[in-house]
Structure formats: structure tokens, C-alpha cells
Design a protein around this ligand. Structure first.
Ligand code: FES
Length: 97
């Protein structure tokens, strides 16, 4: 299980394929968005609780959108990152799960 989504109820295994946003949606977990995953709105932010280094590096555009939306440390745009290496689990969460 390379990617786990931590919800209030339990950890849910995601597929590990495609963007984190896509994996969540495929698993039936809602992801906030108003740009349909184009990296513009910043609403799809997820906290990366474990496994930060296993994700694609953050690009300048993602960094800018996160800053513009007041994101703290350890946050990624789920529509802009995907798993690239599996060393251990990547654990993500959002406050509304
Ligand atoms: S869905 Fe809009 S930035 Fe990710």
C-alpha cells in the first residue's frame, strides 16, 4: 500500500497511480477543487504526514499557488503531485475527511 489516506474513521489504501487527487477521487474520497485539477485554485491541498520524499518534487508554479493560498509546511497540491518512489508509505490527510 504505497499511499494511505488518513480519515477520521481509518487509513484507506489508494492505488499509487496518477496524481494524489485522482487516487483520492477513485477511492471515493472527496477533494476540494474549483479548477478541475489544473493547479490554479489551491483548494486541493493535502497534508503529507509521511513520505514527502516519495512524491514528485514541487515545481515553482505549485509553490506559488501554495504560498498564495497560505499553505503551511508539509502541504502539497494533490492535483500536482504523484508518487515517484516507494520507500515506505505516503500518508496524506485533509481536515474534511
Ligand atoms: S484542483 Fe485546483 S489547484 Fe488542484
Amino acid at each position: 500500500m504505497p499511499v494511505l489516506a488518513r480519515t477520521r474513521a481509518r487509513d484507506r489504501a489508494l492505488s499509487g497511480h496518477g496524481t494524489l487527487m485522482r487516487q483520492c477521487l477513485e477511492a471515493g474520497l472527496p477533494v476540494a477543487s474549483s479548477c478541475s485539477g489544473r493547479g490554479a485554485c489551491g483548494r486541493c491541498m493535502v497534508a503529507v504526514l509521511e513520505g514527502w520524499g516519495a512524491l514528485t518534487p514541487m515545481g515553482a508554479h505549485e509553490s506559488l499557488v501554495l504560498r498564495r493560498n497560505g499553505a503551511g509546511e508539509g502541504v502539497r497540491l494533490s492535483c500536482q503531485c504523484r508518487l515517484v518512489e516507494v520507500h515506505g508509505p505516503v500518508v496524506i490527510s485533509v481536515g474534511y475527511w
